[in-house]
Design a protein around this ligand. Structure first.
Ligand SMILES: [Zn+2]
Length: 143
């Protein structure tokens, strides 16, 4: 089974997944209230071809807010019934890319923080503030 069939659908899916999800907006508003200046939807270096949801480029801190569906959250992911195999492959590939991106960032000295979209974003923001201010060497946070 090959889905989605149109480039438009595919582009829409990418956008839906990539930017301005409710969890990410919530986290960003908490970061703004903490007076942190971050950048959004950043390519960490030219040619990397993957985006970081929220970044502090000078400090090399990358933050991802992973959607429960797209990144297979253990608490909320429900496999689609229609086109199950296509979706399983798609989500597998997303999860694999997450790991690859994390490794690539670490290899270049970036600190990579990941949060589930369902996380308590106030708490997430507190952790991020701590990492930004104290340069803590946390390699992964799942809240
Ligand atoms: Zn979840």
């Amino acid at each position: 089974v090959k889905l989605p069939t149109s480039a438009a659908t595919s582009a829409r899916m990418r956008m839906v997944k990539r930017r301005d999800t409710p969890g990410e907006l919530d986290l960003r508003s908490h970061l703004t209230m903490s007076r942190l200046r971050y950048r959004v939807d950043v390519e960490p270096w030219p040619g990397f071809r993957r985006r970081v949801d929220i970044a502090f480029p000078k400090l090399k801190i990358a933050i991802f807010v992973d959607g429960c569906f797209w990144h297979r959250c253990p608490s909320h992911y429900v496999p689609p019934i229609l086109n199950a195999e296509w979706w399983a492959n798609k989500i597998d590939s997303n999860v694999r890319k997450d790991t690859e991106v994390g490794r690539a960032l670490s290899a270049r000295g970036w600190t990579c923080l990941r949060y589930w979209a369902h996380a308590d974003m106030e708490e997430a923001a507190r952790q991020i503030v701590h990492v930004v201010r104290c340069g803590s060497a946390l390699s992964r946070v799942v809240a």
